[in-house]
Design a binder for this molecule. Sequence first.
Ligand SMILES: Cc1cc2nc3c(=O)[nH]c(=O)nc-3n(C[C@H](O)[C@H](O)[C@H](O)COP(=O)(O)O)c2cc1C
Length: 187
Amino acid sequence: MSKTVVLMGSPRLQSNTDMLANSVIEGIRSAGSANDTIEKFDLVELQDCVCIACGHCRQAGECIHFPQVTEVLNKIKEADGLVIATPTWWLAPSSQLKIFMDHWGTFLKMDYSSRIEGKKAVLVSCCGNPDLNFANKVNKQLEEILNLLGVKVVASLGVKGVVEVGAIARDQESLDAARELGKKLYR
Ligand SMILES: Cc1cc2nc3c(=O)[nH]c(=O)nc-3n(C[C@H](O)[C@H](O)[C@H](O)COP(=O)(O)O)c2cc1C
């Protein structure tokens, strides 16, 4: 039985990121068992929870200002695996994902060891540029951060050339690749 947390970083309805995340979820389900749990969090709901750098999280292992953030952080602590899905915003993850990640000090103990070491992750990012795959760049940034926390990124997918809402629906190849990504999470 596996527990997976999915972080979805686009604020748009019917977003490309959300559709890609759903394909990853399909892949996890298809390779898993009936007892597996997958919880998806739409990070737009936490976008007002901006880190104020009080520094308490490292010691406390929680965010003392935003209990709703701590709730999701605790879900990650309890999970076996993580799916992170984000659009590319200026060669970086979306603000919504970044605002949530700024609370990851919670995962880092005072001695810089990790509270989430040993978990697995898959990453999926998309970008509008049809030629330059900035989404791969975003995945690399995320992988570096996750490695610092002892989380192993087992696979990632960067999709380029999707600009408007729902454009990914015309890119079955990328949706299929996202499904395959999901299958790899616990393989
Ligand atoms: C604030 C902002 C910044 C963006 N920056 C980039 C970028 O640096 N490179 C790029 O190729 N696309 C960029 N885009 C385009 C998005 O990555 C693209 O539209 C993506 O499909 C959005 O995903 P979504 O539908 O899941 O929200 C940007 C979009 C926004 C709103």
